[in-house]
Design a protein around this ligand. Structure first.
Ligand SMILES: Cc1cc2nc3c(=O)[nH]c(=O)nc-3n(C[C@H](O)[C@H](O)[C@H](O)COP(=O)(O)OP(=O)(O)OC[C@H]3O[C@@H](n4cnc5c(N)ncnc54)[C@H](O)[C@@H]3O)c2cc1C
Length: 485
């Protein structure tokens, strides 16, 4: 069996390895000269910037890929648990250190509202139920059959999937700051907590179950480890080459055509690239049915991301590895990003300081950071060539006034990425950071199917298909392939 994988994100590499373990001849094709997709690495003057994912959860899903070939992941990668998972900081300066230590968590909840400890305990119990169903049972099975979806409906309704994550959390917790903390998880997978189905509340429990981890040397070391494994297992890797067309005859996929006009014939084509972009650009000349066109057209896309990477010549030792800083407004701000598609001066952001855990990420005496600001995706029409530098300056001054005093004078290396990068370089529709949003109406059967609903021999893994974005999500999407291919 010959299988071609388009794209080398976590989902693509996992798919290539899983198919190789089933003895397929696998060719993986990546547009860029380096692998990883959103998880690429940028190295600049002694700084190592992980471009994207930094919070490693459910590491067993990574270890499994090595176990498929009876190899030990510890020989390739070094993933360690973090003590403090996230530090949440509010505009009034009050902080909450979130970790796996329940005693400490409850102590901090008490700091905000004594009454909410009980609600938190019950919220946790409820998210365990969602996790058992949504993650353990359903995250790695295909949703390509409407009857299977219908069969799940009673359980999903029982789990209040019609509620948003925020309204689920609010039904247990009264304090507004705590509500923000415990409902922020959809933002990690591209959704608005006020509209994302409460099924994504499972992330809260998933973190508790396996903890939050860091890969020594950065997430990029996992990519390198997986690349080494693919080479050892004779997966052919073609880098720096874009797939321009998927070749189809009478609804059956026959292979791919590359930008250098070469054709690779295959029994299966597995797309790790963004599904809507695949259907729109690589299969544009092929007729699809009107029901599918309607489904594609009504899809709502995740927010865009503005990511500012910077290195400083001093260290900010009181900054944790992962900090989430909330602006004054929350619902209104998210509404501006997701619905009104406009920029807002009242920023909330995620600050990553890899050097808090790993000094190898920066030259001696320096700190390595990125700050991620959710912004509208490119449906906004924002001209990032002019807005990019304005937003960069705004975010620097916001950080300087709160978390990183004297920042401006200490930056020695920097660059930023906008939704244009995601659209033009990573080929995602509208430059969304996480493909389509994780709404109920776009989840499971309603998402782009792992086995194409239109063409035989065409499959999808990665953020835009079931179960969704985030490393555990895209690694699980590759596990779905095990069941259908
Ligand atoms: C800034 C940021 C921070 C994040 N933080 C976290 C985190 O802390 N924890 C977490 O779990 N998740 C995080 N995520 C989400 C997570 O990174 C993604 O959901 C996941 O990595 C996406 O993987 P994927 O398999 O969908 O592929 P992608 O990473 O999207 O890769 C797709 C690949 O396909 C290639 N490609 C596209 N079109 C073609 C073509 N025509 N021919 C050849 N190649 C093509 C692209 O170049 C790309 O390499 C973050 C994402 C971002 C952007």
């Amino acid at each position: 069996m010959n299988s071609v994988v388009i794209g080398s994100g976590f989902g693509g590499m996992a798919a290539a390895l899983r198919l190789r373990a089933k003895k397929h001849n696998v060719t993986l094709i990546e547009k860029h000269n380096d692998l990883g997709g959103r998880a690429r690495v940028f190295k600049k003057n002694g700084f190592t910037f992980d471009a994207g994912p930094t919070v490693i959860t459910a590491p067993y899903l990574i270890n499994e890929l090595f176990q498929l070939f009876h190899k030990k992941s510890a020989d390739y990668i070094n993933i360690i648990p973090l003590n403090i998972w996230y530090r949440f900081v509010f505009e009034d300066g009050i902080k909450f250190d979130y970790s796996g230590n329940e005693k400490l968590i409850k102590k901090q909840i008490e700091k905000f509202s004594k009454k909410d400890v009980y609600g938190y305990e019950n919220l946790l119990k409820f998210t365990k139920k969602i996790f058992d169903k949504g993650f353990l049972e359903l995250s790695n099975v295909p949703f390509d059959n409407p009857f299977f979806m219908i069969k799940q409906m009673p359980a999903l309704l029982n789990l209040k999937s019609y509620k948003s994550v925020y309204s689920l959390v609010a039904s247990y917790i009264k304090n507004e700051k705590l509500r923000r903390i415990f409902s922020m998880h959809p933002l990690l997978v591209g959704g608005n907590p006020f509209t994302t189905t409460s099924i994504y509340g499972l992330i809260l429990y998933l973190e508790k179950k396996w903890g939050i981890h860091y890969s020594i040397g950065g997430t990029g070391k996992i990519i390198k480890g997986l690349e080494k494994l693919m080479i050892e297992e004779n997966i052919k890797i073609i880098k720096g080459c874009e797939v321009k067309n998927i070749i189809v005859k009478q609804n059956k996929v026959l292979g791919v055509k590359l930008e250098n006009q070469e054709e690779i014939i295959a029994d299966n084509v597995i797309c790790n690239a963004d599904p809507p972009a695949i259907y729109d650009k690589l299969m544009s000349k092929i007729k699809s049915n009107s029901l599918f066109n309607w489904k594609k057209k009504r899809m709502e896309y995740s927010m865009g991301l503005f990511v500012y990477y910077f290195g400083t010549k001093k260290t900010y030792d009181d900054i944790e590895h992962h900090t989430i800083k909330f602006g004054v407004k929350y619902k209104q701000h998210l509404n501006d990003i997701f619905e009104n598609k406009k920029l807002n001066n009242d920023l909330s952001y995620y600050l990553h300081r890899s050097t808090a855990t790993d000094k190898s990420m920066a030259p001696d005496g320096h700190d390595c950071f990125y700050v991620l600001v959710p912004v509208p995706n490119n449906q906004s029409g924002i001209d990032w060539t002019t807005e990019g530098s304005k937003l960069k300056n705004l975010i620097i001054s916001k950080m300087e006034n709160s978390l990183l005093p004297g920042l401006k004078d200490n930056i020695v290396e920097d660059f930023y990425l906008t939704p244009d990068y995601f659209e033009k370089e990573l080929n995602t529709k509208y430059g969304s950071g996480f493909s389509i949003q994780p709404k109920f109406s776009q989840s499971a059967y309603f998402r782009f199917h792992n086995k194409s609903e239109l063409f035989n021999g065409l499959y999808f893994v990665g953020a835009g298909t079931h179960p969704g974005a985030g490393i555990p999500g895209v690694l699980s999407s590759a596990k779905v392939l095990d069941k259908i291919l």
